[in-house]
Design a binder for this molecule. Structure first.
Ligand code: UTP
Length: 290
């Protein structure tokens, strides 16, 4: 079963990153020299996806600009025969299609995904939340497509989160059916620790069915008038069943300042040329004796 389309909601206000996000989207924050959003697009491409839809909002146009060509820069680099930089500039294949639609008001993730209704005509599609940057050998969405191919059901990416953090996630009640794969028996958004079914939290990777939109339309607005995708998934789970997949990879939550810093360090730790230098400098900064 091929998945060709993905939706990438970037319509949130990013208030945890203010004042930076007043004019610059958090998805454009760099991990070393690469904007977070480029890692996400590369994960999509390496999973076989050939077109994506950004659900954007005001002040987010730099994301679309970033994936457009910059003829002036190309002309300049061509003139200087700087092939290395030209290659860096044109990493996204020309035939990879990028569409966008604007969410006029940040009315929640469910509402953002609903904006993709006209874009999706397939049985299943992927959703990436760029806050969750996942470093893995095999792209996480590709791992999840393999689960879909075997079980033919929607799949949510899940991770064991620290128990003290369960109130920050959609938490599932799991029934294990194979290694890393669970049938979801219930799902609740941000439960208190003593009410949580497990510590398996839903993170920003979803394989959703093409009929999810009818479930979102049935979902009543929750806190702050936002349409929570977890509420729509709960209805879908009861009617069609949903699986959870505990993916392989290191996830960094780049949506908050502290974990964003850890994401950069995690990346540096994977780069031979950076690893030792950073280690030494950190020891120096924190006055750790060698
Ligand atoms: P978050 O809950 O992280 O909200 O959204 P946010 O606005 O991005 O950030 P904070 O909490 O104010 O700092 C999770 C994902 O859903 C998207 C966001 O862009 C992010 O990718 N989203 C959220 C939308 O596209 N539209 C919305 O109305 C809400």
């Amino acid at each position: 079963m091929k998945i060709k389309k993905a939706v990438i909601p970037v319509g949130g206000l990013g208030t945890r990153f203010l004042p930076y996000t007043k004019v610059i989207p958090k998805e454009m924050l760099p991990i070393w020299d690469i904007p977070i959003i480029q890692f996400i697009i590369e994960e999509a491409i390496n999973s076989g996806i050939d077109s994506i839809l950004f659900v954007t909002s005001k002040e987010k146009y730099s994301i679309e600009d970033y994936f457009d060509r910059n003829f002036y820069l190309e002309y300049f680099l061509n003139k200087n025969k700087d092939k290395e930089k030209l290659d860096i500039l044109n990493k996204i294949p020309q035939n990879f299609k990028i569409y966008s639609v604007r969410q006029k008001e940040a009315r929640g993730l469910g509402d953002a995904i609903l904006h993709a209704e006209d874009f999706i005509s397939d049985d299943y599609f992927a959703v990436f939340l760029p806050d969750d940057l996942i470093f893995s050998k095999k792209p996480v969405i590709k791992q999840m497509i393999e689960v879909l191919e075997k079980y033919r059901k929607p799949v949510l990416g899940v991770e064991r989160v620290p128990w003290k953090m369960v109130d920050a996630y959609g938490i599932i009640k799991p029934r294990m059916i194979a290694k890393r794969i669970f049938e979801i028996e219930d799902i609740v958004e941000k439960p208190k620790k003593n009410k949580a079914f497990s510590n398996l939290g839903v993170v920003g990777r979803y394989i959703l069915p093409g009929n999810i939109f009818s479930y979102i339309k049935k979902t009543k607005p929750g806190v702050k008038g936002e349409i929570q995708i977890t509420d729509s998934l709960r209805i879908l789970m009861k009617e069609q069943g949903i699986l959870a997949y505990e993916f392989e990879g290191i996830r960094c939550d780049t949506g908050n300042k502290y974990d964003y810093l850890l994401a950069i360090l995690t990346y540096a730790n994977m780069k031979k040329d950076l690893k030792n230098k950073i280690k030494k400098d950190i020891k120096k900064i924190f006055k750790i004796k060698i």
